[in-house]
Design a protein around this ligand. Structure first.
Ligand code: PAF
Length: 291
């Protein structure tokens, strides 16, 4: 049965019991407003661990002053219902006042990677993410933690922090879940009108274009980005924040595409900022010799 835990002391006690009984812990950190993307992480965690903990915490530290912290969708009862159906063991729903008591001032700086891509228009965002994930890892002490590929830069930042600070948590990144038209599922899709949802498909179309060009032999990143930009700019309500083809570890823009590089973009549809990405692959030409 799903247990809701709100205090740091209680989660520590519960985790201690799991560890004493040598039970492995799978962890899915979230900000709630759960959708099929989150549930795909939960299902994988269920398959691979004895116990599954999901955190629901809208982390104030990762929102800028003019961002959507207050509007961010909060659907706690519905989230718990969904997690109950998935047979999750614990929902950890801490209070901001306990996570960040008066005097809290510690941060995590990830030189070179935090200021690229989303970090440019969301200064401080990834420090906020790194701090909360680090705190949650300390409290939940998971064997494996699960994240979605949609937040590609976030996964790179978290892997870096885990490696650099020897956290000993196995990070698994699972594919982006999309609706049947191709729109990447996101809690922020709740802000979109029906027309905007349709407009938002330009992100997916631009990524498909990049992959199609790579399949056809294109390697020049500028040329590919140009075609992606045309697709986005064709949509009146879309405003590009960035479109980039990057090295998946350094997040640096690449002039020439190599296998495993990532096409990533952030686009405003009306007032809503959406992100998406795809890992570019090359289809090998196969020659079949008939004897
Ligand atoms: O991806 C999210 O929902 C958040 O950034 C995370 C990882 C739960 C940290 O608040």
């Amino acid at each position: 049965m799903l247990q809701v835990i709100t205090s740091i002391e209680d989660i520590k006690q519960r985790i201690k019991t799991f560890k004493e009984n040598q039970l492995s812990i799978g962890f899915v950190p979230t900000m709630g407003a759960l959708h099929e993307g989150h549930l795909s992480l939960v299902r994988q965690a269920k398959e691979e661990n004895d116990k599954v903990v999901v955190s629901i915490f809208v982390n104030p530290l990762q929102f800028g002053i003019n961002e959507d912290f207050t509007q961010y969708p909060r659907t706690f009862d519905n989230d718990c219902e969904l997690l109950s159906k998935e047979d999750v063991d614990i929902v950890f729903n801490p209070k901001a006042s306990e996570m960040y008591p008066n005097g809290f001032c510690t941060s995590v700086i990830m030189e070179r990677i935090e200021d690229r891509l989303c970090g440019k228009s969301r200064p401080g965002h990834f420090r906020g993410v790194a701090v909360v994930v680090l705190k949650l890892f300390n409290l939940v002490n998971p064997d494996i933690a699960y994240f979605g590929q949609k937040d590609f830069q976030q996964t790179v930042v978290i892997k870096r922090v885990v490696a650099d600070l020897n956290l000993g948590v196995n990070i698994k990144v699972l594919p982006t879940i999309r609706n049947k038209e191709g729109l990447a599922l996101s809690s922020r899709n709740a802000y979109l009108s029906e027309t905007e949802k349709n407009d938002a498909l330009c992100l997916y179309k631009a990524l498909i274009k990049a992959q199609t060009m790579v399949n056809a032999g294109a390697k020049n990143a500028k040329e590919i980005l140009g075609e992606m930009e045309k697709i986005i700019n064709n949509c009146k309500s879309a405003k590009i924040d960035y479109i980039s083809i990057i090295n998946p570890e350094t997040l640096e823009s690449v002039p020439e595409v190599r296998k495993g590089d990532v096409a990533a973009l952030a686009v405003r549809i009306g007032k809503t900022r959406l992100i998406d990405n795809t890992i570019l692959f090359f289809i090998m030409a196969v020659f079949i010799h008939l004897i």
